[in-house]
Design a protein around this ligand. Structure first.
Ligand SMILES: *Cc1c(COP(=O)(O)O)cnc(C)c1O
Length: 360
Protein backbone atom coordinates (compact mmCIF):
# COMPACT_ATOMS: atom_id res chain seq x y z
CA UNK A 1 0.00 0.00 0.00
CA UNK A 2 1.28 3.45 -0.75
CA UNK A 3 -0.92 6.36 0.18
CA UNK A 4 -0.27 9.73 -1.42
CA UNK A 5 -0.86 13.25 -0.13
CA UNK A 6 -4.25 14.05 -1.60
CA UNK A 7 -4.90 17.79 -1.94
CA UNK A 8 -8.27 17.29 -3.66
CA UNK A 9 -10.99 19.88 -3.03
CA UNK A 10 -13.55 17.09 -2.70
CA UNK A 11 -14.18 14.25 -2.35
CA UNK A 12 -11.13 14.61 -0.21
CA UNK A 13 -8.71 13.01 2.19
CA UNK A 14 -10.13 11.23 5.25
CA UNK A 15 -8.31 10.51 8.52
CA UNK A 16 -6.34 7.25 8.19
CA UNK A 17 -7.49 6.19 11.63
CA UNK A 18 -11.09 6.39 10.42
CA UNK A 19 -10.31 4.31 7.34
CA UNK A 20 -8.61 1.68 9.51
CA UNK A 21 -11.66 1.45 11.78
CA UNK A 22 -13.96 1.22 8.78
CA UNK A 23 -11.82 -1.60 7.39
CA UNK A 24 -11.79 -3.45 10.71
CA UNK A 25 -15.57 -3.16 10.98
CA UNK A 26 -16.32 -3.73 7.31
CA UNK A 27 -17.35 -7.39 7.59
CA UNK A 28 -19.04 -7.13 10.94
CA UNK A 29 -20.13 -4.08 12.88
CA UNK A 30 -19.90 -4.83 16.60
CA UNK A 31 -21.64 -8.14 17.20
CA UNK A 32 -24.34 -7.49 14.62
CA UNK A 33 -23.14 -10.23 12.27
CA UNK A 34 -23.22 -7.88 9.31
CA UNK A 35 -21.67 -4.80 7.73
CA UNK A 36 -23.23 -1.36 8.27
CA UNK A 37 -23.81 -1.42 4.48
CA UNK A 38 -26.13 -4.40 4.91
CA UNK A 39 -28.13 -3.17 7.87
CA UNK A 40 -31.71 -2.04 8.04
CA UNK A 41 -31.90 1.67 8.65
CA UNK A 42 -34.60 0.84 11.21
CA UNK A 43 -32.34 -1.52 13.18
CA UNK A 44 -31.24 -0.73 16.71
CA UNK A 45 -27.60 -0.78 15.60
CA UNK A 46 -28.13 1.85 12.95
CA UNK A 47 -30.33 3.98 15.15
CA UNK A 48 -27.46 4.06 17.64
CA UNK A 49 -25.02 5.04 14.88
CA UNK A 50 -27.30 7.91 13.83
CA UNK A 51 -28.05 9.09 17.38
CA UNK A 52 -24.38 8.99 18.34
CA UNK A 53 -23.37 10.88 15.19
CA UNK A 54 -25.91 13.60 15.94
CA UNK A 55 -24.91 13.76 19.59
CA UNK A 56 -21.20 14.04 18.76
CA UNK A 57 -21.83 16.71 16.12
CA UNK A 58 -23.86 18.70 18.64
CA UNK A 59 -20.94 18.48 21.07
CA UNK A 60 -18.37 19.47 18.43
CA UNK A 61 -20.32 22.49 17.21
CA UNK A 62 -22.07 23.44 20.45
CA UNK A 63 -25.42 23.27 18.65
CA UNK A 64 -28.16 24.89 20.78
CA UNK A 65 -31.23 22.84 21.69
CA UNK A 66 -33.54 24.87 19.44
CA UNK A 67 -31.68 23.73 16.33
CA UNK A 68 -32.40 20.49 14.46
CA UNK A 69 -29.69 18.42 12.79
CA UNK A 70 -30.72 16.75 9.54
CA UNK A 71 -28.74 14.15 7.58
CA UNK A 72 -29.91 14.57 3.99
CA UNK A 73 -29.00 13.49 0.46
CA UNK A 74 -28.75 15.23 -2.88
CA UNK A 75 -25.46 16.98 -2.20
CA UNK A 76 -24.83 20.64 -1.68
CA UNK A 77 -26.57 21.53 -4.93
CA UNK A 78 -29.92 20.27 -3.66
CA UNK A 79 -29.67 22.78 -0.80
CA UNK A 80 -29.49 25.53 -3.42
CA UNK A 81 -33.15 24.63 -4.14
CA UNK A 82 -34.27 23.46 -0.70
CA UNK A 83 -33.29 26.73 0.95
CA UNK A 84 -35.55 28.92 -1.22
CA UNK A 85 -38.35 26.32 -1.42
CA UNK A 86 -38.56 26.18 2.37
CA UNK A 87 -37.72 29.73 3.35
CA UNK A 88 -38.92 32.01 0.54
CA UNK A 89 -42.35 32.80 1.91
CA UNK A 90 -42.33 36.34 0.53
CA UNK A 91 -40.45 35.16 -2.54
CA UNK A 92 -37.48 37.34 -1.90
CA UNK A 93 -33.95 36.79 -0.65
CA UNK A 94 -30.60 38.56 -0.43
CA UNK A 95 -27.44 36.83 -1.68
CA UNK A 96 -23.81 37.71 -1.12
CA UNK A 97 -21.83 36.64 -4.18
CA UNK A 98 -18.23 35.74 -3.35
CA UNK A 99 -17.49 32.96 -5.82
CA UNK A 100 -18.72 30.03 -7.82
CA UNK A 101 -20.76 28.38 -5.09
CA UNK A 102 -22.71 31.44 -3.96
CA UNK A 103 -23.26 32.32 -7.62
CA UNK A 104 -24.75 28.89 -8.29
CA UNK A 105 -26.93 29.14 -5.20
CA UNK A 106 -28.29 32.51 -6.34
CA UNK A 107 -28.95 31.20 -9.85
CA UNK A 108 -31.01 28.33 -8.47
CA UNK A 109 -32.91 30.59 -6.07
CA UNK A 110 -33.96 32.80 -9.00
CA UNK A 111 -36.21 29.95 -10.16
CA UNK A 112 -38.31 30.43 -7.02
CA UNK A 113 -38.32 34.14 -6.33
CA UNK A 114 -36.61 37.50 -6.40
CA UNK A 115 -32.90 37.38 -5.71
CA UNK A 116 -31.02 40.53 -4.70
CA UNK A 117 -27.25 40.41 -5.00
CA UNK A 118 -26.48 42.74 -2.12
CA UNK A 119 -22.70 42.38 -2.37
CA UNK A 120 -20.33 40.83 -4.87
CA UNK A 121 -16.63 40.40 -5.56
CA UNK A 122 -17.13 39.44 -9.21
CA UNK A 123 -15.28 42.58 -10.34
CA UNK A 124 -11.91 41.01 -9.41
CA UNK A 125 -12.68 37.38 -10.17
CA UNK A 126 -13.75 36.70 -6.57
CA UNK A 127 -10.26 37.17 -5.18
CA UNK A 128 -11.51 38.95 -2.06
CA UNK A 129 -14.52 39.26 0.26
CA UNK A 130 -16.45 42.50 -0.18
CA UNK A 131 -17.20 44.70 2.81
CA UNK A 132 -20.30 43.21 4.41
CA UNK A 133 -20.57 45.65 7.30
CA UNK A 134 -23.05 48.06 5.77
CA UNK A 135 -25.17 46.11 3.36
CA UNK A 136 -28.61 47.26 2.38
CA UNK A 137 -30.80 44.38 3.42
CA UNK A 138 -34.01 44.16 1.40
CA UNK A 139 -36.94 44.77 3.79
CA UNK A 140 -38.96 41.99 2.17
CA UNK A 141 -36.11 39.45 2.11
CA UNK A 142 -36.87 36.10 3.73
CA UNK A 143 -33.20 35.43 4.46
CA UNK A 144 -29.63 36.50 3.72
CA UNK A 145 -27.41 33.89 2.05
CA UNK A 146 -23.65 33.47 2.13
CA UNK A 147 -21.16 30.79 1.13
CA UNK A 148 -18.77 31.19 4.01
CA UNK A 149 -15.82 29.42 2.42
CA UNK A 150 -15.59 29.53 -1.37
CA UNK A 151 -13.93 26.25 -2.30
CA UNK A 152 -12.92 27.26 -5.81
CA UNK A 153 -11.74 30.81 -5.18
CA UNK A 154 -10.20 30.23 -1.73
CA UNK A 155 -11.84 33.01 0.28
CA UNK A 156 -13.46 32.90 3.74
CA UNK A 157 -15.96 35.32 5.24
CA UNK A 158 -14.46 36.03 8.69
CA UNK A 159 -16.96 38.61 9.94
CA UNK A 160 -20.57 37.61 9.56
CA UNK A 161 -22.85 40.30 8.11
CA UNK A 162 -25.43 42.13 10.19
CA UNK A 163 -28.60 40.76 8.63
CA UNK A 164 -30.89 43.13 10.53
CA UNK A 165 -32.91 40.33 12.02
CA UNK A 166 -33.18 38.23 8.86
CA UNK A 167 -32.11 34.60 9.18
CA UNK A 168 -28.57 34.06 7.94
CA UNK A 169 -28.18 30.98 5.72
CA UNK A 170 -24.62 29.75 5.26
CA UNK A 171 -23.05 27.09 3.09
CA UNK A 172 -20.06 25.89 5.10
CA UNK A 173 -19.34 22.75 3.01
CA UNK A 174 -15.62 23.33 2.66
CA UNK A 175 -14.97 24.58 6.20
CA UNK A 176 -17.26 22.22 8.11
CA UNK A 177 -15.70 21.49 11.53
CA UNK A 178 -12.44 23.18 10.60
CA UNK A 179 -12.86 25.82 13.31
CA UNK A 180 -15.37 26.76 16.02
CA UNK A 181 -18.59 28.46 14.89
CA UNK A 182 -21.34 30.15 16.84
CA UNK A 183 -24.36 28.31 15.49
CA UNK A 184 -26.76 30.73 17.19
CA UNK A 185 -25.71 33.43 14.70
CA UNK A 186 -27.27 31.46 11.84
CA UNK A 187 -30.78 30.46 10.81
CA UNK A 188 -29.55 27.61 8.65
CA UNK A 189 -26.02 26.31 8.41
CA UNK A 190 -25.35 23.44 6.06
CA UNK A 191 -22.62 21.52 4.28
CA UNK A 192 -22.02 18.62 1.95
CA UNK A 193 -19.76 16.28 3.91
CA UNK A 194 -17.39 15.21 1.13
CA UNK A 195 -15.06 18.16 1.66
CA UNK A 196 -14.16 17.87 5.31
CA UNK A 197 -16.39 15.40 7.11
CA UNK A 198 -16.94 12.14 5.24
CA UNK A 199 -17.69 10.36 1.97
CA UNK A 200 -19.93 12.02 -0.67
CA UNK A 201 -23.61 11.31 -0.22
CA UNK A 202 -24.57 13.14 2.97
CA UNK A 203 -25.48 16.79 3.40
CA UNK A 204 -25.85 17.98 6.97
CA UNK A 205 -28.36 20.76 7.62
CA UNK A 206 -28.50 22.52 10.98
CA UNK A 207 -31.65 24.61 11.15
CA UNK A 208 -33.36 26.72 13.80
CA UNK A 209 -36.74 25.31 14.89
CA UNK A 210 -38.88 28.25 13.84
CA UNK A 211 -37.64 28.00 10.23
CA UNK A 212 -39.04 24.47 9.87
CA UNK A 213 -42.57 25.21 8.75
CA UNK A 214 -45.51 23.98 6.73
CA UNK A 215 -45.95 27.08 4.60
CA UNK A 216 -43.21 26.22 2.12
CA UNK A 217 -43.58 26.99 -1.59
CA UNK A 218 -46.69 25.02 -2.66
CA UNK A 219 -45.02 22.68 -5.17
CA UNK A 220 -42.23 21.62 -2.81
CA UNK A 221 -41.82 17.81 -2.99
CA UNK A 222 -42.18 15.92 0.28
CA UNK A 223 -38.53 14.87 0.09
CA UNK A 224 -37.41 18.50 -0.18
CA UNK A 225 -39.24 19.78 2.89
CA UNK A 226 -37.08 20.27 5.96
CA UNK A 227 -40.15 19.41 8.01
CA UNK A 228 -40.36 15.89 6.53
CA UNK A 229 -36.84 15.07 7.67
CA UNK A 230 -37.07 16.86 10.96
CA UNK A 231 -40.30 15.07 11.97
CA UNK A 232 -38.80 11.74 11.00
CA UNK A 233 -35.37 12.28 12.56
CA UNK A 234 -33.66 11.90 9.14
CA UNK A 235 -35.35 8.50 8.69
CA UNK A 236 -38.27 9.42 6.44
CA UNK A 237 -36.73 7.24 3.77
CA UNK A 238 -33.55 5.18 3.62
CA UNK A 239 -30.67 7.46 4.52
CA UNK A 240 -27.09 6.88 3.26
CA UNK A 241 -26.34 4.64 6.25
CA UNK A 242 -22.72 3.80 5.49
CA UNK A 243 -21.81 7.42 4.80
CA UNK A 244 -23.41 8.58 8.04
CA UNK A 245 -21.47 5.88 9.88
CA UNK A 246 -18.19 7.20 8.43
CA UNK A 247 -19.13 10.79 9.39
CA UNK A 248 -19.71 9.47 12.91
CA UNK A 249 -16.20 8.00 12.97
CA UNK A 250 -14.80 11.34 11.82
CA UNK A 251 -16.68 13.09 14.64
CA UNK A 252 -15.14 10.67 17.16
CA UNK A 253 -11.70 11.32 15.66
CA UNK A 254 -12.20 15.07 16.03
CA UNK A 255 -13.42 14.78 19.61
CA UNK A 256 -10.36 12.72 20.53
CA UNK A 257 -8.13 15.36 18.95
CA UNK A 258 -9.66 18.05 21.16
CA UNK A 259 -12.57 19.32 19.05
CA UNK A 260 -12.79 22.22 16.66
CA UNK A 261 -10.60 24.54 18.72
CA UNK A 262 -7.67 22.12 18.62
CA UNK A 263 -8.38 21.43 14.95
CA UNK A 264 -8.41 25.16 14.20
CA UNK A 265 -4.94 25.58 15.71
CA UNK A 266 -3.57 22.79 13.56
CA UNK A 267 -5.32 24.18 10.48
CA UNK A 268 -3.85 27.65 11.08
CA UNK A 269 -0.40 26.14 11.44
CA UNK A 270 -0.76 24.16 8.21
CA UNK A 271 -2.09 27.10 6.20
CA UNK A 272 0.63 29.40 7.58
CA UNK A 273 3.34 27.08 6.26
CA UNK A 274 2.01 27.36 2.73
CA UNK A 275 1.03 31.04 2.81
CA UNK A 276 4.37 32.09 4.32
CA UNK A 277 6.18 30.23 1.59
CA UNK A 278 3.95 31.80 -1.10
CA UNK A 279 4.54 35.29 0.31
CA UNK A 280 8.30 34.82 0.16
CA UNK A 281 8.39 33.06 -3.20
CA UNK A 282 9.57 34.78 -6.39
CA UNK A 283 7.91 32.16 -8.57
CA UNK A 284 4.56 31.32 -6.94
CA UNK A 285 1.96 33.65 -5.53
CA UNK A 286 -1.43 33.31 -3.88
CA UNK A 287 -4.44 34.68 -5.76
CA UNK A 288 -6.49 35.89 -2.78
CA UNK A 289 -6.22 39.09 -0.74
CA UNK A 290 -4.40 38.29 2.50
CA UNK A 291 -7.16 39.19 4.92
CA UNK A 292 -9.68 36.95 3.13
CA UNK A 293 -7.56 33.84 2.63
CA UNK A 294 -9.12 30.47 3.34
CA UNK A 295 -7.40 28.05 5.70
CA UNK A 296 -8.88 25.19 3.71
CA UNK A 297 -8.45 25.94 0.00
CA UNK A 298 -5.30 27.68 -1.17
CA UNK A 299 -5.19 28.72 -4.83
CA UNK A 300 -1.84 29.85 -6.28
CA UNK A 301 -0.22 30.47 -9.66
CA UNK A 302 3.16 31.12 -11.23
CA UNK A 303 1.68 33.53 -13.75
CA UNK A 304 2.84 31.26 -16.59
CA UNK A 305 0.34 28.64 -17.76
CA UNK A 306 2.97 26.25 -19.12
CA UNK A 307 4.93 26.39 -15.91
CA UNK A 308 1.72 25.77 -13.93
CA UNK A 309 1.04 22.69 -16.04
CA UNK A 310 4.61 21.45 -15.61
CA UNK A 311 4.36 21.95 -11.86
CA UNK A 312 1.11 19.96 -11.66
CA UNK A 313 2.54 17.08 -13.70
CA UNK A 314 5.67 16.88 -11.58
CA UNK A 315 3.73 17.18 -8.33
CA UNK A 316 1.51 14.25 -9.37
CA UNK A 317 4.60 12.13 -10.00
CA UNK A 318 5.98 13.08 -6.59
CA UNK A 319 2.81 11.81 -4.86
CA UNK A 320 1.29 15.27 -4.29
CA UNK A 321 -2.06 14.65 -5.93
CA UNK A 322 -4.97 16.73 -7.22
CA UNK A 323 -3.11 20.01 -7.01
CA UNK A 324 -4.44 21.37 -10.30
CA UNK A 325 -6.62 24.46 -9.85
CA UNK A 326 -10.28 24.65 -10.78
CA UNK A 327 -10.77 25.39 -14.48
CA UNK A 328 -12.33 28.78 -13.74
CA UNK A 329 -9.28 30.05 -11.82
CA UNK A 330 -6.46 28.05 -13.40
CA UNK A 331 -3.10 27.47 -11.76
CA UNK A 332 -3.00 25.31 -8.66
CA UNK A 333 -5.10 24.75 -5.58
CA UNK A 334 -4.10 22.88 -2.47
CA UNK A 335 -6.94 21.88 -0.16
CA UNK A 336 -5.71 21.52 3.40
CA UNK A 337 -8.72 19.92 5.04
CA UNK A 338 -8.72 18.58 8.60
CA UNK A 339 -7.42 15.15 7.59
CA UNK A 340 -4.43 16.50 5.63
CA UNK A 341 -1.47 15.88 7.94
CA UNK A 342 1.02 18.70 8.47
CA UNK A 343 3.67 16.44 6.91
CA UNK A 344 1.74 16.68 3.65
CA UNK A 345 1.90 20.48 3.69
CA UNK A 346 5.62 20.37 4.53
CA UNK A 347 6.21 17.97 1.63
CA UNK A 348 4.31 20.30 -0.71
CA UNK A 349 6.25 23.39 0.39
CA UNK A 350 9.59 21.56 0.04
CA UNK A 351 8.58 20.39 -3.40
CA UNK A 352 7.58 23.92 -4.43
CA UNK A 353 10.87 25.33 -3.14
CA UNK A 354 12.86 22.76 -5.12
CA UNK A 355 10.79 23.51 -8.23
CA UNK A 356 11.44 27.21 -7.73
CA UNK A 357 15.20 26.65 -7.45
CA UNK A 358 15.19 24.67 -10.68
CA UNK A 359 13.33 27.49 -12.46
CA UNK A 360 15.22 30.45 -10.98
C1 LIG B 1 -18.69 21.17 -3.29
C2 LIG B 1 -19.51 22.29 -2.85
C3 LIG B 1 -20.89 22.37 -3.14
C4 LIG B 1 -21.61 21.37 -4.01
O1 LIG B 1 -21.69 20.15 -3.44
P1 LIG B 1 -22.30 18.90 -4.25
O2 LIG B 1 -22.42 17.91 -3.15
O3 LIG B 1 -21.31 18.52 -5.30
O4 LIG B 1 -23.60 19.30 -4.81
C5 LIG B 1 -21.58 23.45 -2.65
N1 LIG B 1 -20.99 24.40 -1.92
C6 LIG B 1 -19.66 24.36 -1.64
C7 LIG B 1 -19.05 25.46 -0.84
C8 LIG B 1 -18.89 23.31 -2.09
O5 LIG B 1 -17.57 23.28 -1.81
Amino acid sequence: MSRVYNFSAGPAVLPEEVLHTARDELMEYGTSGMSVMEMSHRSKDFEDILDTAEHDLRTLMGIPGNYKVLFLQGGGCTQFAMVPMNLMRKKSADYVITGQWSKKAAQEARIYGEVHEIASSADRNFSYVPDLSNMKITPKADYVYICQNETVHGTTIRTLPDTQGKPLVADISSMFLSEPVDVSRYGVIWGGVQKNVGPAGVTIVIIRDDLIRDDVLPFTPTMLKYKTHSENKSLYNTPPCWNIYICGLVFKWLLKLGGTEAMHKINMEKAKLLYDYLDGSKLFHGTVEKKDRSLMNVPFVTGNKELDAEFCTEAEKAGLRNIKGHRSVGGMRASLYNAMPIEGVKALVEFMAAFERRHA
